[in-house]
Ligand binder design. Structure first.
Ligand SMILES: [Zn+2]
Length: 181
């Protein structure tokens, strides 16, 4: 009898390395005040596209990390199709990004944290298990889930603290005005 428990196999080191690269991209989004999500596209072990979430700064609703990384990878390969490529993203992709990945005929998508609000890889719906839509792209979730999720939780906690501080400052200014009225 084996002493081993039936649990998921640990992700291979390459997957961890690539997810860390995606986390690094997420850091660029944070630095610009964008929700920190990052992505990389990998072919034959080499990163050929990177991207981070930037819809606010670009005034572009499609500027999700995955789309930015897919665009860079497609330009690099000179092909709108990306067979044999894997995309690593820190947050479960939305329906738009999942659709784009299927159009690109990506081989595999690996994500970190689940997104219960807009996740289209099993959380809200699962586009990848729709046989009539998807023949190409395999799906894997939960790689560095804790780190990827924590980054987002920290970001939103910081934003809540900032807006609370701003409200308190506004109240303080009003009181100041009242005192001198
Ligand atoms: Zn998306």
């Amino acid at each position: 009898m084996s002493e081993l428990h039936a649990c998921d196999p640990a992700p291979e080191p390459a997957a961890l390395r690539h997810m860390r690269a995606a986390l690094e991209q997420a850091g660029h989004a944070w630095a610009l005040g964008e929700v920190p999500v990052g992505a990389v596209v990998v072919k034959d072990g080499e990163v050929i596209g990177v991207g981070y979430n930037s819809p606010s700064g670009r005034h572009d609703p499609t500027a999700h990390a995955e789309i930015m990384a897919l665009r860079q990878a497609a330009l690099r390969l000179g092909n709108y199709r990306l067979p044999g490529c894997t995309l690593y993203v820190t947050l479960e992709p939305c329906a738009m990004c999942s659709g784009a990945m299927m159009h690109a005929r990506l081989e595999r998508v690996v994500y970190g944290a689940a997104d219960p609000k807009t996740g289209a890889c099993g959380s809200v719906l699962n586009l990848f298990e729709q046989e009539r839509l998807n023949h190409h792209t395999a799906l894997e979730g939960g790689v560095l889930e804790q780190e990827c999720g924590q980054l987002l939780r920290d970001f939103f906690a910081m934003r809540r603290a900032q807006s609370k501080q701003q409200r308190q400052l506004a109240v303080g200014t009003d009181q100041h005005k009242d005192a001198h009225a």
